[in-house]
Design a protein around this ligand. Structure first.
Ligand code: ATP
Ligand code: MG
Length: 469
């Protein structure tokens, strides 16, 4: 029992839809037919009853009229009349008060099985004789020298047969309807579930062939195409982030490989010659240590980047800070370290501006940009820092007059690991992560970073931070 219930709940949606629609159709068809059957049956019997009543009225009217004319009961005259008006499958009898049959006219009617009865009030009964359905109407009749009853019997076999045919038609129709509704339900469910099956197929293909497969979207718009579109969007995101991760791992391993290869080279050198030659030993250890430092920095920066890439929701609702204070603090320290640089500030922004961002992030962003400004300047050691307010943003512009960035590289310098001239930057020890960390941090808090540059002349980095309202 339990197993069969489980089997029922496990059947596919296709079959559920088929069965449900078939059941509904059967129920509708069945109830409609039952109502129709009873209605027609009732109507037919009523017709028969009305017909028998009309006949009785006719007979009584004749007998009354005849009696009036002759002043006594003219049985012979009545016989002629009753013979004439009798029809097929019908009987008319005259019964006296002792319940004896005085006269019968009958045509194809089983009158012998019906016991004559004298009645005081008219009565209409339905009965069966030899399996034949009959209607019998008795009505009292009285005049000066006669008292008895008139009986009219009528077979309703024809109506009954009609109803039987009707029932057969209904049952065959019903069976046909079950078949058709099962077929219809199957077609309907197939049509409805086609997009769902497409989706399942696509998922199978994704499992087999990779993330590039998408659900085909038809021209018609409905809830299921919405679902397909949502699924495709989701897959776009998944594919994009998967590719980003892949790219990141490739870039990171490439970046890690370079210092490791250099260290490996120096260690081999030491193994071969260095033990005897203190000069080689000294030089190789020094260079290896530099590469190890680079590795340490790289790993630290990768950690920073992954922290910066956290979901923005994790970093909301921070205490508001005054960015001007942070800028002052950072520049004071920076000037001490880079005393050879002329750092000029132009603070145009309102003193009391507040932004919602932890101050250590603002410091980090400023240091990343200032570090680049120093690293990529050689002749003109001048850095200008300007602040301004533009709509709902607090702007920090940092401009240096160094080597600049070629136009074709400008769109890419914010990407991870991107360096303009890899050989040139390697000497300055950069790994190409600074600006991408700054960009992530700023964007996580609703801000933006822009870069403008003129090669060999200047570079301007604009940081837009959202002002607290
Ligand atoms: P890291 O900051 O990770 O130590 P990096 O400075 O090379 O390394 P980013 O700060 O991301 O990396 O900068 C990316 C590249 O953009 C740099 O390698 C450099 O080529 C170019 N760049 C950035 N700032 C400037 C600038 N002020 N002047 C000229 N080129 C710049
Ligand atoms: Mg940098």
């Amino acid at each position: 029992m339990n197993q069969s219930i489980r089997k029922l709940t496990e059947i596919s949606i296709k079959w559920k839809l088929t069965l449900w629609s078939a059941c509904l159709m059967i129920l509708l068809f069945f109830s409609f037919n039952v109502i129709q059957y009873f209605f027609i049956h009732h109507w037919l019997i009523n017709q028969e009853k009305e017909a028998i009543q009309t006949k009785m009225d006719e007979v009584l009217a004749y007998l009354n009229a005849a009696n009036h004319a002759q002043n006594n009961f003219d049985l012979e005259g009545a016989k002629d009349f009753l013979d004439k008006i009798n029809q097929e499958s019908q009987m008319i009898r005259i019964i006296n008060q002792n319940e004896q049959v005085l006269f019968t006219t009958s045509e194809d009617f089983p009158e012998d099985n019906i016991i004559p009865k004298n009645v005081k009030h008219a009565e209409l009964i339905e009965l069966k004789s030899d399996d034949e359905p009959l209607l019998l109407l008795r009505s009292p009749f009285k005049n000066s020298d006669f008292s008895g009853s008139i009986e009219i019997g009528h077979s309703i076999e024809k109506s009954d047969e009609l109803m039987k045919y009707f029932l057969i038609v209904m049952i065959t129709g019903g069976i046909g309807a079950i078949g058709l509704s099962l077929l219809g339900g199957r077609l309907l469910s197939h049509q409805l579930l086609k997009p769902v099956n497409n989706m399942v197929d696509t998922m199978r293909k994704i499992k087999r062939n990779g993330l590039q497969e998408r659900v085909p979207i038809g021209a018609h718009h409905d809830e299921i195409t919405d679902l397909g579109m949502m699924f495709n969007d989701l897959m776009d995101d998944v594919e994009r982030s998967f590719n980003q991760q892949k790219q990141f791992i490739e870039d990171a391993s490439h970046e890690l490989k370079t210092p490791l290869t250099i260290i490996h080279g120096h260690l081999s050198l030491i193994k071969r010659w260095g033990k005897e030659d203190p000069k080689v030993l000294e030089r190789s250890i020094g260079l290896s240590l530099r590469e190890v430092d680079r590795l340490i920095n790289l790993v630290a920066e990768l950690l920073e980047l992954s922290k910066a890439e956290e979901h923005p929701a994790d970093t909301i609702l921070h205490e508001a800070i005054n960015p001007n204070e942070v800028i002052d603090r950072v520049l004071e320290n920076f000037k001490l370290i880079h005393s050879d640089f002329d750092i000029r500030t132009y603070q145009h922004a309102d003193e009391h501006i507040l932004i919602e961002m932890p101050s250590r992030y603002v410091e980090q962003i400023l240091l990343i940009v200032l570090d680049n400004a120093v690293k990529f300047s050689y002749k003109d050691k001048l850095i200008e820092v300007k602040t301004a307010v533009e709509n709902q943003f607090f702007l920090i512009e940092i401009k240096d007059y160094g080597i600049g960035i070629p136009k074709q590289d400008l769109p890419f310098v914010l990407n991870r690991f991107y360096r303009v001239d890899k050989a040139r930057t390697r000497k300055s020890g950069g790994s190409g992560l600074g600006l991408s960390i700054a960009k992530r941090l700023v964007e996580n808090f609703g801000g933006k970073v822009y870069l403008e540059s003129s090669e060999e002349k200047w570079t301007k980095v604009t940081i837009k931070l959202l002002i607290k309202t």
